[in-house]
Ligand binder design. Structure first.
Ligand code: SF4
Ligand code: SF4
Length: 505
């Protein structure tokens, strides 16, 4: 790679996007290091066109043909996807090929059925390109007296993304708001799930858009369980790492909620009735009022005359709002949720407990004879009820589901008749796994799958500057089914756990 110093403006975009850190700025001019692989990522982000490929490859460089980038990798260095290394002018896969036994502790319990567990995983397998070549490893072995074949490849997937689940009530941003890395859009906030905020990162349109390198890197880092700092436009700054507590605006939420405000009341109504005459559970979705709620009436709560500021959905259930206050609502001072008290119904000395769906915060008031509310210490019974709620909450964690579509050309490495592979996957005759982990295959056409990255060995995902994310894909099926679908039998090799095969690219 050559830098045209006249054209280079020192913007640093090449430094930011080079996948192997092969560019630095010296006196505001790009300088290319020896580790450059000629992947061309920097050319695509250099608006003034200051970067130009050299005509002649460097001495000792070997061209990798495992993906369309076709890196020239110099001796001792790695390719743009970090998978291949030039060792003595030969390309080798940096990570060894993993058998299932090497990842079974991460994947989880061993399934019973023979084809549910691959013989080998695609971790360390490498890729073949173009796709009509047989996949890099096709192995045959016996499992529970059944002849089984596993076909593996590290598939570069442009149709890929990751759904990040953040277990918290703490608001992160408006639904639909862009999710940013620095100033670059990598995803968006999508609708919440029960007790969790959800971010969709990547997808083909963002991956192939102007910020595609940042998108590919973000998906891969999250899938590899690395910490990633995100910013929601108009919302929070979040640090996410799969399996860890999220950090939202510098704070770590302890727990996710036990349920919405209505569910919390339904779960703990007997205890709550013992703790106060009236209970309000603040929640951004459904805020509940015990005396009106069916669960409250069932356990014998009496009318209190308390009126709430939110709009009623059904008796005792009110639609909340979103904000920085209690229960993810806009209510900062809990008493402000009460807009009035009907003194013809209320009783002097009546006690009102206000809490939220994690039970972590609580405050108690007593009704004076002049109709005002005075804060009083939390009663012992109220403390017990709050403890019961908070101890029923699960810890606030980040998890993520990688989503990919592998129903395209990558099928050609498995079989001569790609639609037969798709049909076999949907008929559960060919079992798709990712790094040995089970997947959920979306119904309908194609092979679109979801996998919990927490069950895939950390570090098994990569990205390439096409840009696409690279996912370890395994298909396992009975030998007779592989023969029937027109599999690449000529490329099949025997596998026994005692003598694992190696992959040389
Ligand atoms: S060609 Fe690729 S490896 Fe070389 S400097 Fe540019 S981005 Fe980095
Ligand atoms: S990105 Fe990786 S697979 Fe693609 S050519 Fe470069 S080293 Fe090979």
């Amino acid at each position: 790679m050559i830098v045209d110093l006249e054209k280079c403006t020192g913007c640093g975009f090449c430094v930011r996007d080079c996948p192997v850190g092969a560019v630095r700025l010296v006196k505001k001019k790009a300088v290319i290091k020896e580790s450059c692989t000629d992947c061309g990522a920097c050319i695509r982000v250099c608006d003034p066109g200051a970067l130009v490929r050299e005509d002649v490859p460097a001495a000792g460089a070997v061209q990798c043909d495992a993906c369309p980038i076709v890196c020239w990798i110099k001796p001792g260095y790695i390719g743009a996807c970090h998978r291949y290394k030039n060792e003595d002018k030969k390309l080798v896969r940096v990570t060894p090929l993993h058998t299932y036994d090497m990842v079974s502790d991460v994947v989880g319990p061993d399934p019973i059925e023979a084809i549910r567990r691959p013989l080998i995983t695609a971790i360390g397998a490498g890729t073949t390109y173009p796709d009509c070549k047989p996949a890099p490893a096709i192995v045959k072995g016996k499992k529970r007296d059944v002849d089984v074949v596993t076909v593996v490849t590290e598939a570069p997937l442009s149709y890929s993304g990751i759904m990040v689940k953040i277990d918290t009530d703490v608001p992160v941003g408006e639904e639909g708001a862009p999710v940013l890395i620095g100033k670059r859009k990598v995803g968006m906030v999508v609708t919440e799930q029960y007790g969790s905020k959800m971010l969709s990162i990547g997808g083909v349109n963002l991956l192939t858009g102007k910020d595609g390198f940042a998108v590919a890197r973000t998906i891969t880092d999250i899938a590899n369980q690395k910490p990633v700092r995100l910013k929601i436009e108009g919302g929070s700054k979040i640090e996410v790492q799969v399996g860890q507590t999220p950090i939202i605006n510098g704070q770590r939420p302890d727990n996710m909620r036990v349920g919405c405000g209505s569910a919390t009341l339904g779960l703990f109504a007997p205890l709550l009735l013992e703790s106060a005459d009236e209970v309000i559970i603040l929640d951004s979705h459904v805020t509940s009022l015990m005396s009106e709620h069916a669960a409250g009436r069932f356990v014998g709560a009496r009318p209190s005359g308390v009126k709430l500021k939110f709009e009623q959905s059904t008796p005792g259930r009110y639609f909340g709002d979103h904000g920085e206050g209690w229960g993810g609502t806009s209510i900062i001072k809990p008493v402000d949720v009460i807009t009035g008290i009907d003194c013809t119904v209320a009783r002097v000395g009546m006690r009102i407990l206000i809490t939220e769906t994690t039970g972590q915060k609580g405050v108690m008031f007593e009704l004076n004879d002049d109709g005002s509310l005075v804060e009083i210490p939390i009663s012992e019974n109220a403390r017990k009820a709050l403890k019961a709620i908070s101890s029923s909450c699960e810890p606030s964690l980040v998890s993520a589901i990688y989503m990919g579509g592998t129903g395209g050309s990558a099928r050609a490495g498995v079989t001569l008749y790609p639609v037969k592979l798709t049909q076999a996957v949907h008929a559960a005759k060919a079992n798709l796994t990712v790094g040995g982990a089970p997947v959920f295959v979306l119904p309908g056409g194609g092979i679109n799958f979801l996998v919990d990255v927490g069950r895939v060995k950390a570090g098994s995902f990569y990205w390439t500057p096409t840009p696409a994310t690279i996912c370890p894909i395994e298909y396992t099926m009975e030998l007779k089914d592989y023969e029937e679908m027109g599999g690449h039998l000529e490329a099949m090799r025997p596998f026994t756990a005692k003598k694992p095969i190696s992959v040389v690219d």
